[in-house]
Design a protein. Structure first.
Length: 118
């Protein structure tokens, strides 16, 4: 059940918000499996906030980052799965800190098992 405050958008609203034509959004629906707006009783597209965010990201990948359609599909899939590379120095530093902490924890476990009597 969707929340009462969850906003739904028509294709015209999304095309204006994202800055692309309606037909471009329809093409992206065919090319990007992640962009799947629901349909209402009249079979009209209704986009969620998440759909709008995905459409904006698709535009960034294609236009700003100049990716091919296939590359953008793969990049978006990685991002939505949480597997994207860090975008900022801060994110990269945080990731390195996390990796270092995990490596230290593993080394500590190895030291403890080596010191334990058999």
């Amino acid at each position: 059940m969707r929340g009462l405050d969850e906003r739904r958008y028509r294709i015209r609203e999304v095309s204006e918000a994202v800055g692309v034509a309606d037909h471009v959004l329809r093409q992206w629906e065919d090319r990007f499996p992640q962009l799947r707006p629901k349909r209402d009783r009249r079979n009209q597209r209704v986009y969620s906030e998440r759909d709008v965010a995905i459409a904006r990201r698709i535009k960034e990948l294609l236009r700003d980052e100049r990716m091919t359609g296939e590359g953008a599909v793969r990049a978006l899939a990685r991002e939505l799965a949480g597997e994207s590379p860090p975008k900022t120095r801060h994110e990269a530093a945080a990731l390195l800190d996390q990796i270092e902490a995990e490596a230290r924890a593993l080394l500590d476990l190895l030291d403890e098992s080596a010191d334990a009597p058999e």
